[in-house]
Design a protein around this ligand. Sequence first.
Ligand code: GDG
Length: 487
Amino acid sequence: MTLHPTKFKRLLIVSYRLPFAIMRTEEGLSIRQNSGGLVSAVLSMAERMGNSENLPFEKIHWIGHSDADFQDVPPALLENDNFVVHPVYLDPELNRGFYEGFCNDCIWPLFHYFTSYASFADTYYQDYEQANARFLEKVAALVEPGDLVWIHDYQLMLLPGLLRASVPHATIGYFFHIPFPNYDIFKLIPRAWRQALLEGILGADVVGFHTTDYVQHFQQSVSDVLSLPIINQRVVLPDRSVLVQDFPISVDFNKFSLAGQTAPVSELRKTYKRLLRRNRIIFSVDRLDYTKGIRERLLGYERFLIQHPEWHNRVTFVMTVVPSRDKITHYQELKREIEEAVGRINGLFGTIGWRPVVYSYLSLSFEELVALYTGCDVALITPIRDGMNLVAKEFVASRNDGKGVLILSEMAGAARELTEALIINPTDTQEVASAIQQALEMPAREQRERLEKMRTHLAVYDVFRWTYRFLSTLQDVAISEPALQTN
Ligand code: GDG
């Protein structure tokens, strides 16, 4: 599986978020690395560039959003060894309607099956159209023959279609990072919008999802809304066809597998264990989001503590919630509910010397994250709905000591691959409580055997495989369709 360096010269990634945030400090402008699933995946790939003949691109050109306030950023700040960044400047008001509105107050809840949270304001959709058109201006001005354009995620569903109309011979891939819901959910979107969203996505040559379920849901929507035939995984349009396939995203297995042994991580791990009085540790980390099942997880832990007094004083749940979208009402309410539940559990069971839940609302450094992945006994990952969930894969990749148990929700895309985890339904409080007990009491041998199977899978299906599979499929499709040849 290789890419064709002679035919395709540049990789253009287009996503809402850039890999770096531009900040204004007292010393002037500076950049800070962003986190999140997509950024983690592409940064790993970028770190390998130059050292791998499979990655022929010299630099990745990355087009993403920035506040209009930063239009005075000097070009030198927008380039490093791996990336050239091309910001799309959006006014705060447009960004509010587009990103906080249509993306995160309509599509995000709807596509995660939180239908009652979804708001269908006309102005949101108008801002979404306008913002996608602003991305188009930037991409269309940049794209050249021989470029691969890889567009990401639900913020940019219209962009592939806009780009196809503006640059008909462009080679366009599109990857969807969240679940694509079944048709009953998708058809809640007003008729004209849902048609435009599907036509937008079908502007790409290859459309990728994490799982075969999402592929099937998308195909059913295409067939019901647009009445287009689907033959051999291809949506057949009058002048061309679009390949729709699953490409499960993954993690940099080697990086996580080795990270636990570095001196800073070992030091941190020792410190955490000492601070937690050598208690057994249950760990979770997620962005603040109602889809992640944080409330439900706390109920499961509370039930476990009620049913198992023998574990009091001997176990600590380290729960980190990473600040996210906290300007949106549902997120503010969720934060309050989480903090109430943590307070209730600590009040009910805690003593002067023991806090059952150690909760923080902050972002961890990479070393802190790995120290917790490798220092914990149980990773408790209970989303109500999650496209993939990279935290589960990172935990497994980190455990080259063969210790630790993964409890994983069946509603995460990752559950399709990590079948040796203790798979639970996140709304079943008793099942979560029982899985915690089973995990804490699991014999070392069983832990090792379960981890080994999942690690063998991730060692092969790592993030590089994901990128190569997607990009080489895109190239093959572009080369085999004469109408789409770029030279
Ligand atoms: C979306 C989809 C899909 C988290 N907290 C910290 C931190 N992280 C990193 C993790 C991981 C990433 O952020 C989170 O990825 P997830 O996949 O778990 O979740 P989403 O952000 O919701 O991502 C998801 C993903 O896209 C990729 O397609 O899997 O389903 O919702 O890499 O390590 N990193 C650091 N400190 C933290 O506190 N350093």
